[in-house]
Write a new protein. Structure first.
Length: 287
């Protein structure tokens, strides 16, 4: 995520202007520059709880020093420093790290539909209705007709107007806006057809099921490393991946059932509305 943000082209004065050049101060000839991140460092021996989570903090630091580094290079460095030089370990952990963000997003908030979590409670479980139960506003604007926050200059909050003209042009128009941020910038009907050819509603269903399946697949990927990593860390991370896979099913079913009852539009694959025991992808903790 850090890498994607720093490489994003703001197109100031219609010239290539990656964010990393802006924060360095070069674009507007400022003598200093920089960026700040917030890390939830705690009392755990691994600082951030999961033994894999430190890769995020390491990546932030490396990009602060050299924003031209690739995500692949950073993950490779961190893995070798943390787990050693076993090629099997390096390959498996790189795959987990580089795919984890997209997998998590796919079963929590695809298409840029943010704040589907329980924001009036623990900020962890799925709770899309909770965004209507606070004084800060509602971010996904879902109703029985459509979903998405209109941040356009023409009909919405005007948020897009903060960007340079070339970037405004990208996000202001439905025709140009990329699918992955559509619902962050636009309110559309559930039957709106994405660039992918799917309707918004079917993408939401498919994304949640595919995301839960991929979260489950992380377990099998990790299990290939048994005997290649010390037992304590192997068991710790395996348990965390099993827990994630279970939570992905919770999220999948909660969001898909919520959007189905809200929209009244059925899933083409006839998966939504089944009891959890009939859904694919159940995960049993290892004993």
């Amino acid at each position: 995520m850090w890498k994607e943000v720093l490489d994003f082209d703001m197109q100031v004065d219609e010239r290539a202007t990656p964010v990393k050049a802006l924060v360095a101060g070069r674009v507007f000839h400022r003598p200093t520059g920089g960026f700040v991140g917030v890390a939830n460092v705690g009392m755990d021996a691994t600082w951030l709880g999961s033994p894999l989570a430190m890769a995020n903090l390491y990546g932030f630091g490396r990009l602060a020093w050299n924003p031209d580094l690739s995500a692949e290079k950073i993950v490779d460095e961190w893995t070798r420093l943390t787990f050693g030089d076993d090629p099997l370990v390096d390959k498996a952990i790189a795959s987990l790290q580089l795919n984890s963000w997209n997998v998590y997003e796919s079963y929590t908030g695809p298409l840029g539909a943010g704040t589907l979590t329980n924001i009036t409670g623990n900020h962890y479980d799925p709770g899309p209705e909770s965004s209507e139960e606070n004084g800060w506003g509602q971010w996904h604007r879902a109703n029985h007709e459509g979903i998405g926050m209109d941040r356009t200059m023409a009909t919405g909050t005007g948020y897009i107007g903060q960007y340079p003209p070339a970037v405004q042009k990208l996000y202001e128009s439905l025709a140009n806006c990329p699918d992955n941020l559509l619902l962050f910038f636009h309110h559309v009907s559930y039957t709106y057809v994405l660039h992918s050819g799917k309707t918004v509603i079917q993408h939401i269903y498919d994304s949640h099921y595919e995301g839960a399946d991929r979260a489950r697949d992380f377990i099998a990927q990790w299990q290939t490393l048994e005997g290649h990593i010390d037992e304590e860390r192997y068991r710790d991370i395996l348990a965390r991946l099993q827990y994630q896979a279970t939570q992905a099913i919770v999220w999948r079913d909660a969001i898909c059932n919520w959007i189905y009852h809200l929209s009244g539009i059925a899933d083409d694959q006839k998966r939504v509305g089944k009891p959890a025991s009939q859904s694919s992808g159940e995960v049993q903790p290892q004993r």
